[in-house]
Write a protein that binds this ligand. Structure first.
Ligand SMILES: [Ca+2]
Ligand SMILES: [Ca+2]
Length: 631
């Protein structure tokens, strides 16, 4: 399913989506015109305000008076543009001020010159650029939120950050269930209070379980430390001595820590409920326990276990084995997908080719990137990855790690004080939950999305991989390297884009860029997607620029021939689906610049790189059970 040759096409489309939703404010945003305040003596619009007269503000007389004032103001503005030599395509109002609309956006020195010329006119009191305002962002009050760099807006140097504040402005999530199939959780963490469902413990072997019994209804994490004494047992042959990881507690906090509670960290979804499904203990998880746990998480029956009263639509599995995907894994992946659950898995921490479950069909496999968006040194990579998300990297020093809920116990858990305990980790174990948490936000906007819908939209909304001087990821450059769509998935996970794409159908337009005046252009919206059902109507309209005739305006692919003049055009595509009871509409705009000399058509797309299947890898370990990817 994921081996189809979509990367180059997707990259081109991604540029459209990312361009319209990128949160990073340019240092110098383009101005679409100038907002002008005239001196009181010549200001027709302000005169209306002062002159309240005998009319109510919404009376026919008041409307007529305003219309006359607007006419006077617009005449004034037309003259102003001529007098100061600023090229405009029209005039209008900005609230109670006048507006000069540039015929093309200006920035930098050109904008400064235009503003200066207008400001020096004797009739003008003040002038301001007409720029795009950013959507209001929502920030939680958790004191350690500022340390959670991965949740912030993607502004340099945090180019890989997930853009949560803008997503949270739309939704902070609902009480949907996200399963964490992992080492269990510490139910007593104060920043997880009320967020954890009862869950279940699927660890069957006593030596591994470390809780004195086999499967039972207690999903709490007793610790998974491995002692020197443990290493004398054959079952731990390939293990190393280690402290307890509190792996599941950390991931639970990433997805659903109690948020905006003036305590500790924020979770990706403020309202999600986390279903802890314990499958691992000392040294890792048996495949049988792991796959049973995944089934149960999705609400599928597991012999000997009670019915799961809280089936998850999203399952996080941050475990991986050392072999290629096997039928036991694949059949379980297929079963939970058919049951309507998205299985989000870690790429693996071997900085090499993907191994199970990341190479199974139908999983959403997530690579790890560092702050700058380069592949983290440890992350595995390959063609089956959906996308990349921050996983933390100690290459960036201690602050390059991810922060979440933790426990201070080196072996058994220690009690929390009122302010909890937080740790810093790195690994693809922690890049996968970023996608699980974003998927939870998406489902809160649109609960009808299928696992395939969720993954497709997250990929579609991913920002392009960061370009850098690093070598592209390959067998020769497997550690810190430049991601491409063929090595790290569709791009960088963007929560705001994903949440936006979750609602309704998405109009996706192939980017056009700059063409020669007189050119015939193709308006291609055939990649548009419906949230549910299918798109049943397309409608192209022209938003700006010299009038052109759109041929096939109700078709997915339309065309137009531009007049032979330099100009900027905007075309909008509206798509409508057949969802019931109300059809939903999505829209996007593509801009076209006609200019001499014609610039090269711009477009996205990373290099395809070499074929992964050609790489030879040494499969050195063939464990009978999956070992936890070390953090
Ligand atoms: Ca147990
Ligand atoms: Ca908190």
């Amino acid at each position: 399913m994921f081996s189809r040759p979509i990367p180059r096409l997707l990259a081109g489309l991604l540029a459209v989506v990312a361009l319209s939703a990128q949160a990073a404010p340019p240092v110098d945003p383009p101005a679409y015109g100038l907002i002008v305040g005239y001196r009181a003596e010549v200001d027709a619009l302000q005169a209306v305000n002062r002159d309240r007269g005998p009319w109510k503000a919404n009376s026919p007389q008041a409307r007529e008076h305003w219309r006359e004032a607007v006419d006077r103001s617009r005449e004034r503005s037309q003259r102003l543009a001529v007098e100061v030599g600023v090229r405009i395509q029209g005039v209008g109002e900005a609230g109670n001020a006048a507006l000069l609309r540039f015929d093309a956006p200006l920035r930098g020195q050109a904008l400064a010159d235009a503003m200066r010329r207008v400001r020096l006119h004797p009739d003008v009191a003040w002038v301001a650029p007409n720029v795009l305002e950013r959507r209001t962002q929502t920030l939680p009050n958790d004191p350690q939120f500022s340390l959670q760099w991965h949740l912030q807006a993607p502004v340099a140097p945090l180019l890989s950050a997930l853009n949560l504040p803008q997503a949270w402005a739309r939704t902070t999530g609902n009480a949907g269930v996200v399963a964490v199939v992992d080492s269990g959780v510490r139910f007593d963490h104060p920043d997880l209070a009320g967020k954890l469902l009862p869950g279940y413990d699927f660890v069957s072997e006593l030596d591994i379980a470390n809780d004195g019994n086999g499967r039972d209804s207690d999903a709490s994490d007793p610790g998974d430390w491995v002692s020197a004494a443990d290493l004398t047992k054959p079952v731990f042959d390939l293990c190393t001595q280690s402290d307890s990881s509190w792996h599941g507690t950390f991931i639970a906090g990433q997805i659903g820590a109690l948020s905006n509670n003036s305590l500790g960290v924020a979770g990706l979804s403020w309202n999600a409920r986390v279903l802890p499904v314990r499958v691992s203990g000392k040294c890792g998880a048996l495949v049988s326990d792991l796959l049973d746990g995944v089934r149960w998480a999705a609400g599928l029956p597991v012999a000997g276990a009670p019915v799961n009263p809280n089936p998850a639509r999203i399952i996080n599995l941050s475990f991986g084995g050392s072999s290629a995907c096997t039928p036991d894994y694949q059949s379980t992946v297929d079963a939970v997908s058919n049951a309507g659950a998205l299985l989000v898995v870690a790429a693996g921490n071997n900085s090499s080719a993907l191994r199970r479950p990341a190479d199974c069909r139908g999983v959403m496999a997530v690579a790890a990137v560092d702050k700058a968006g380069a592949k983290a040194w440890y992350s595995s990579f390959g063609t089956n990855l959906a996308l990349a998300a921050p996983g933390g990297s100690d290459d960036d020093g201690p602050t390059g790690l991810l922060r979440s809920t933790d426990n201070a116990g080196a072996t058994t858990p220690v009690a929390y004080n009122i302010s909890g305990y937080y740790g810093d980790k790195q690994g693809t174990s922690f890049s996968a939950p970023q996608a699980a948490g974003v998927a939870a936000l998406m489902l809160s906007v649109n609960p009808l999305l299928t696992p395939a819908d969720l993954m497709y939209r997250m990929k579609l909304g991913a920002r392009p991989h960061v370009q850098s001087a690093l070598p592209e990821c390959s067998a020769l450059n497997p550690t810190v390297c430049k991601c491409t769509t063929s090595t790290c998935g569709a791009g960088l996970l963007d929560a705001a884009n994903a949440v936006q794409l979750a609602s309704g159908p998405a109009a996706i337009i192939q980017r056009i860029g700059t063409v020669a005046p007189g050119a015939a252009i193709t308006l291609d919206g055939s990649a548009s997607v419906a949230a549910t059902g299918q798109i049943v109507a397309y409608q192209w309209t022209q938003i700006s620029g010299p009038a052109v005739v759109i041929s096939g305006a109700s078709q997915p692919i339309a065309s137009a021939t531009l007049p032979g003049v330099e100009a900027r055009y905007e075309f909008q595509l509206k798509v409508t689906d057949n969802s019931t009871p109300t059809a939903l509409t999505g829209a996007d705009i593509v801009s076209v610049t006609a200019a001499y000399p014609p610039a090269a058509p711009s477009g996205g797309g990373g290099g395809m790189g070499w074929a992964w299947g050609m790489a030879l890898w040494a499969w050195v370990l063939a464990l009978g059970w999956a070992r936890r990817a070390r953090s």
